[in-house]
Design a protein around this ligand. Structure first.
Ligand code: 13P
Length: 250
């Protein structure tokens, strides 16, 4: 049985004061989170603060992006070893905001995925279609293309040590959530693609849903057989709301 996982993607939000309060409140509520693994991904500059505050807790932390390069003249970039240095467990790669705003291609996402694994951390690989792609009936094709970029370059074995997040772009930050059935259908499709290559790995990998998950809809989403938790944006910035989501799979 797969353990549920809920990860907060803080995106470009927070301040030292705000983070301190948010993490304190989340830590205070963790006693009632019994089954779910929990993680938070703050902006890079707050990783040191996050590490200091979460060091002795059950909450893991990670980054929202990484350079595929090891070191050198890449102004403004952050390397894998720097994230290791701050105790990161997870690194999000291929978030739709990176794909659409910063030109992260399938090939670049695969390079980042490989770099994260080579550095001993767990990539959270985001896939998902836009509104137009769904309307055109291309959801499966898009998700398959995004997944294949990693599968063909890294092989099915690499999936044994990653997390996949299905995040339909039309549901991100819009308040529009995929219905549990819509999300389950895509999750099952993803697991099926992986199972065609290795059924044991497919059975084991955690596939998270992301896109307007809230305390009020988490339980019905996480109840679906192929939804193993969530990647949470806006609702991860409010401690009580985030904790409610973390308790949803109990
Ligand atoms: P929201 O939960 O704000 O829709 O964001 C989802 C997301 O992009 C998480 O990575």
């Amino acid at each position: 049985m797969r353990q549920p996982l809920v990860v907060g993607n803080w995106k470009m939000n927070g301040s030292r004061q705000v983070n301190q309060t948010l993490l304190t409140e989340i830590l205070a509520g963790m006693d009632s989170v019994t089954r779910c693994q929990v993680g938070v991904c703050p902006p890079f500059v707050y990783l040191a603060q996050t590490q200091a505050q979460l060091a002795d807790s059950r909450i893991a932390w990670g980054a929202q992006n990484v350079s595929p390069h090891a070191a050198g003249a890449y102004t403004g970039e952050i390397a894998v070893n720097m994230l290791q240095d701050f105790g990161c467990t997870y690194v999000i790669v291929g978030h739709s905001e990176r794909r659409s705003l910063y030109g992260d291609t399938d090939a670049l996402v695969a390079e980042k995925f490989a770099a994260v694994q080579a550095g001993g951390m767990i990539p959270i690989l985001c896939v998902g279609e836009t509104d137009a792609e769904r309307e055109a009936g291309h959801t499966e094709q898009v998700v398959q293309r995004q997944l294949s970029a990693v599968l063909t370059s890294q092989g099915i074995a690499s999936i044994a040590n990653c997390v996949i997040a299905y995040e339909p772009v039309w549901a991100i930050g819009t308040g529009k959530t995929a219905t549990p059935e819509q999300a389950q259908a895509v999750h099952a499709f993803i697991r099926g693609l992986l199972a065609a290559e290795d059924s044991a790995i497919a059975e084991k990998v955690q596939i998270l849903y992301g896109g307007s998950v809230k305390g009020s809809n988490a339980t019905e989403l996480f109840a679906m057989s192929d939804i193993d938790g969530g990647l949470i944006g806006g609702a991860a910035l409010k401690a009580e709301e985030f904790l409610t989501i973390c308790r949803a799979p109990e």
